[in-house]
Design a protein around this ligand. Sequence first.
Ligand code: NAD
Ligand code: TYD
Length: 353
Amino acid sequence: MNFEKKIVVTGGAGFIGSHVVRRFVTSYPDYQVINLDALTYAGNLENLKDVEQGANYTFVKADITDWDAVRNVFETYRPDAVIHLAAESHVDRSIANPTDFVLTNVLGTVNLLNAFKTIWKDDLAAHRFYHVSTDEVYGALGASGMFTETTPYDPHSPYSASKASSDHFVRAYADTYGMNTVISNCSNNYGSHHFPEKLIPLAIHNIKNNKPIPVYGKGENIRDWLWVEDHARAIDLIFHQAKAGQTYNIGGHNEWKNIDLIRLLCSIMDRKLGRPAGTSEQLITFVKDRAGHDWRYAIDASKLKAELGWVPSVTFEEGLEQTVDWYLQHEDWLHNVTSGHYQDYYANQYQNR
Ligand code: NAD
Ligand code: TYD
């Protein structure tokens, strides 16, 4: 079959990647979407069951830290563009094991840049490399202010340091080799298919199972939450419409203190599970704070709105209701991803808190 465009999406079996793959496979039947993923603990092909039969979808298992494997995929498929989401993405794991983050997030990104440069060496400007990054590269905010695209980088965790480094490499390849790059830095996402090591799915899972909800410190840290489908829609827009070399911040103007967010979740869960109001809140358990815990993130997404017309499509309350419904309706998914290694991770992560 002849496709108009061939796009490698890395990390397509993960949380955000699976939403991006689904969106591109269903919205663009003329594009071939090649999902390149190593299927780490966070990657799950079950996330893409509904699109895996699509004629324009291809899965390739490869590890981006493996240069030969990456080069082989790029020489085989000669993708016209890359949307790069594969990463080690969990701050707590980066504190326990920083080197994995250097390998995947830094070396893996450089391998992809090199492979793309190798196949398009004479025509780099016409081929887009889209790097998906995080607001955490900007560091932490005090009580006021927001991150803009010109906020200086100031990462604090091994995760954010590795993402900052990969952003720098992407910009360096644009400046040095004339690569057609774009970067977006997004705030915390929530939604379906989110691995339950992260706050929202972990809390839903524990509330459902009457287990303690671990809240770090006093629960006063603030995150700016965005529905994952709105992130995928922003990526689609930026991929198609941004000028080469641009950076966009993506966020929902939706700041929540962790403890307030957990209380809201508890009240939604009480209602959905038919428990008396206030029942789930009793599960809240304050535990030892995360080392180097960034206090507040907040994104100024006005550039994306002004230039590309993007605004979030749902309120937090609507998105959270839908998210809770999805987890309650997909007990099998939750069961599958929380068995095996997850049990060991959970015991290890929370035993001393
Ligand atoms: P995730 O951990 O759910 O998924 C990561 C995916 O990458 C998995 O499918 C995994 O198998 C794959 N992967 C990991 N290491 C790999 C390797 N060496 N080779 C090939 N594939 C590998 O992550 P996510 O939350 O979906 O995040 C996706 C991207 O978005 C990341 O780059 C992350 O930094 C960025 N981001 C995430 C958030 C968020 O709130 N989750 C916010 C902003 C930006
Ligand atoms: P997380 O979902 O890990 O995302 P990030 O660290 O990338 O922002 O955590 C979101 C917030 O919730 C963060 O302030 C840490 C806090 N948190 C808890 O209080 N308890 C938990 O068990 C987890 C995983 C996170």
